[in-house]
Ligand binder design. Sequence first.
Ligand code: HEM
Length: 425
Amino acid sequence: EEPRVAPAGTAPAPDDTLFAQILDPANRANPYPLLARLRERPVARQRDGRYAVSTHAEIRSLLFDPRLSSEDLPPSRRPHTGHVLKDWILNPIKDRVATAHRPLIFRDPPAHDALRHLVMQQFTVRRVRGTHDRVTAVVDALIERCRGRDRVCLVEDLSYPLPVAVICELLGVPEADEPQFQAWATQLSTALEPDARRDEDTRRANVASFDAIADYMKRLIAEKRRRPTDDMLSGLANHADPATPKMGDFDLISTAILLLVAGHETTVNLITNGMLTLLRHPLELERLRRDPERAPRVIEELLRYEPPVHFRTRKALGDIAIAGETIPKGAAVMLVLAAASRDPACFPDPDTFDPDRADNQHFGFGGGLHYCVGAPLARIEVEIALVRLCQRLVRPCLARDPPPYRPGAALRGPASLEITIDGIL
Ligand code: HEM
C-alpha cells in the first residue's frame, strides 16, 4: 500500500481538542499518550480559548512568572449566593467580592504570601517529624484490620483513612469527628475540577458539605481560642489579627478547609498510585521491601511518573510571549504539570518508572510561589504506607488492571484498588 503523504506545503492541522480529550473520563486510566501529543506544541491554544502548557521549560518559567494569577481567574457563569465563603466553593474561579476570603491556593501576592507565612509557621519541623510514630501506628492498625482476608481494598482500607487521620491530628480535630471529615474532604475535593460547577448535583452536595464544615470549623476555632492546645488550629487561631477579627475568622476557616482538602485527596492518590505502580513493577516492589532506604527515591519517581495533581489553572494578567505563541491577557492557562514531568527534554526515557534516575526535577508538588506546603508531611505518610504495605502483604497482586478511576482529571487517581494477598505478616 502506498504510504499516505500530505501534499507539499500543508502541515497537518494541530489538534486543538487535546485538553478536552484529557478531561474525558474515557481517557483517565492512561492519559499519557495524550500528554505526549500535547507536548508537540509546548503552548497550545485550545478550541475553547484556553491555553495548555505542557513542556518542562515553559511550565517552569510560568510557575515563576508574576503575570500568571491564581486569584483573578476567568469568570464562570454561575450566580453568586451572596455568601462569600460559599461562593469560593461554588465559584472558586470567579467572584471578586469573595477574593479576600479565598484560601491561599487561590490568592496572589501580597495576600498569598502573608497567609502562606502564617501556615508555614505552623508546619514546624518538630510537628511534621513528630507525626512519624503516629503514622506508623495508624498504618499498622489499618493493615492489621485486613488480617484473615484474601484481598485488600487499598483505597478504602488504607489510602483514604490515613491522611484524614493525620491532618485531623495536626489541626487538632478530635478523633471521633474523623469519619465526618473524611466525607467532607471527599465531597469538597470535587470543587477543584474545572467542570465541577456545571453539574447541579455536585454543586448542591458541595454547598451542603461546605456549610457543615464551615460551621464545624467556626465552633472548633472558638474552642481553640478558649482552650488552646498544641496543634496547628490553636496556633493559627491565636495568631489571628485582632484588628480585623471577622477577616481573621474567614481566613482561618478557609485555611483549615484548604489544609484538609489539599492534604487529603492528593495523599490518597499518591499512596494508591504508588502501590499500583509497584505492583506493575514487581522487581521494584521487592527492592523496596528489602531496602526501605530506597523509599525517598521511589516516592520522588512516583511524583514524576504517576502524580496525583495533573494540572493547575492560572489566568494571564498581561500578554505573555512564550514558545512562539502569545498568550493573550485574560486567557485561562492550564499548566499541565504531569506532561512536563514526562518531558523527554528533561527526563531520559520518561515513560519508564526508574527510582534511580538522576536529577529528578518533577512538578509533583508544583513549583514557585504555590509549591506545596504539605510536601514534607506527604512524603512521611506515603513512605511509611508504601514500606509497611510492601513488608507486610504476602504475595500481593493486582486483582484488576487497570483499576477503575474516579472522574477527576486535575486530581487523578483510582476509585479503588483491589490487591489479592496470601496473608499478612
Ligand atoms: C499546593 C500537590 C499534599 C497542602 C500544592 C500544589 C501541588 C500540590 C501540585 C501546587 C498548587 C498550585 O501551584 O496551584 C500535593 C501532593 C500531595 C500534597 C501531590 C500529596 C502527595 C499536601 C498536604 C498538605 C498540602 C499533606 C497539607 C496538609 C497544600 C497547600 C497548598 C498546596 C496549602 C497551597 C500552597 C500555596 O498556594 O502557596 N500541593 N500536595 N498538600 N498543598 Fe499540596
